[in-house]
Design a protein around this ligand. Structure first.
Ligand SMILES: Cc1ncc(COP(=O)(O)O)c(C=O)c1O
Length: 397
């Protein structure tokens, strides 16, 4: 063992602990649901999961995964283009494309993998990528991999800043403009109508990662693009199967046939990494079917969001505004956010505190996330805990 290296790592870890910013993993022993059992804290109410529709423990979704295991076995032990493609991959990809209103789609093991497999494949020498400054880390890293492209960042949600970068990029081809649909730490939406208009004006390709919008936004849960009435207007959509669709993993890119074919030929995670597990493909298909058959889930999610937001406001909290299922309360300091989430956990509420570098310095927050399956008594219990902890920490009178 290289002791100097180990000492160096341990010193960094000790510094995190001293600063109160060290992250402790929590171990859950039951399926993800509004209430779970946690080794460290017993039975707790979950306000910290992306399980927005409660599909993680939906019987039909679980059964489909089990059938997938029986039908396809544990996996192909291969990448897609060698012998890693099952018929169920094609079925799911056609289903995702139909769901989003794009000609085609391609699955990856995660949206992280999709985002890091997209940009470098389609943006070489002479191209440009313009990215919102608050985009998700997987977009940031994916764009970094496109090292031959001219890369620029526009101020968050600032259309004048985007237009300035688009002007600077004229002469490049292609020019990509990439944004989250729902910003995962803010809960706010990208200004997609303006972004689409600017892309048209400057001949740019629009790319939207709607990981937190799928199953949450839009009348039928097709996401932020449906919410704005822009179905068919976005050139490239990326997303995850591992949030509202209840999955353990899985991501995708959706777009034109030529785009998807290019990714099959050249995208490095497609060429050098295993396929989406067939069990996940099967359960994701069932999740999409379940969502289409149960539009009332969307209504329940929306009324839960309104109920919880109203409860927080009554107590005196001022969460960031936004229509999504993400309701963040800014508290400022990272150690304070972690302390607040620890105190909430002691009262049986599981919610995560986020600080730097996940969010900008000084804007640490408690991020609550609502689920359609939460009941009013569960939300009331959570609100009572927020009130008690808010008073204990002096942020509520
Ligand atoms: C906007 C966004 N994109 C991508 C991802 C990564 O998704 P996955 O877990 O499928 O890799 C996340 C997850 O946090 C996300 O919020």
């Amino acid at each position: 063992m290289n002791t100097a290296f180990e000492t160096r790592l341990q010193t960094d870890l000790d510094a995190l602990k001293a600063a109160g910013t060290y992250k402790h993993l929590r171990h859950i022993t039951t399926p993800m649901a509004p209430e779970v059992h946690m080794e460290e804290a017993g039975d707790v109410i979950v306000l910290s999961s992306n399980n927005y529709l409660g599909l993680s423990d939906q019987a039909e979704v679980i059964e489909a995964g089990k059938r997938g295991l029986d039908t396809y076995g544990a996996g192909t032990a291969s990448v897609r283009f060698i012998c890693g493609t099952f018929d169920i991959h094609r079925t799911l990809e056609e289903r995702i494309a139909a769901f989003l209103g794009t000609p085609a789609s391609l699955t990856y093991v995660s949206c992280w993998s999709a985002n890091t497999g997209l940009f470098a494949t389609i943006c070489g020498e002479g191209s440009a990528i313009i990215s919102d400054e608050l985009n998700h880390a997987s977009i940031i890293d994916g764009v970094r991999l496109a090292s031959k492209a001219k890369r620029a960042v526009y101020k968050h949600g600032d259309m004048a800043s985007l237009e300035e970068k688009l002007k600077d990029a004229q002469g490049c081809a292609p020019i990509l403009v990439v944004t989250d649909g729902v910003f995962s730490m803010e809960g706010s939406l990208a200004k997609l109508p303006e972004i689409v208009a600017l892309c048209k004006k400057y001949g740019a390709v629009s790319v939207v990662d709607d990981s937190h919008g799928t199953g949450v936004m839009g009348k039928t849960g097709r996401g932020t693009i449906e919410h704005f009435g822009l179905t068919g207007e976005i050139d490239i959509i990326t997303g995850t199967l591992g949030k509202a669709l209840g999955g353990a993993a899985g991501g995708f890119v959706a777009g034109s046939h030529a785009l998807i074919d290019t990714l099959i030929q050249k995208s490095r995670p497609q060429l050098f990494s295993n396929a989406l597990p067939a069990t996940v493909a099967c359960s994701s298909l069932a999740a999409l079917d379940y969502l289409d058959a149960h539009p009332e889930l969307m209504d329940r999610l929306r009324s839960n969001i309104a109920y919880f937001r109203a409860g927080l406001a009554r107590l005196g909290f001022k969460p960031l505004e936004g229509p999504s299922a993400i309701v963040p309360i800014i508290v400022g300091d990272t150690a304070f956010a972690i302390q607040m989430s620890d105190l909430l956990l002691k009262r049986g509420i599981f919610v995560t505190g986020f600080g730097f570098p996940v969010v900008p310095e000084g804007t640490a927050r408690i991020r609550t996330q609502l689920s359609a399956k939460l009941t009013e008594p569960e939300m009331d219990k959570a609100l009572a805990a927020f009130q008690a902890v808010g008073r204990e920490l002096g942020i509520l009178s």
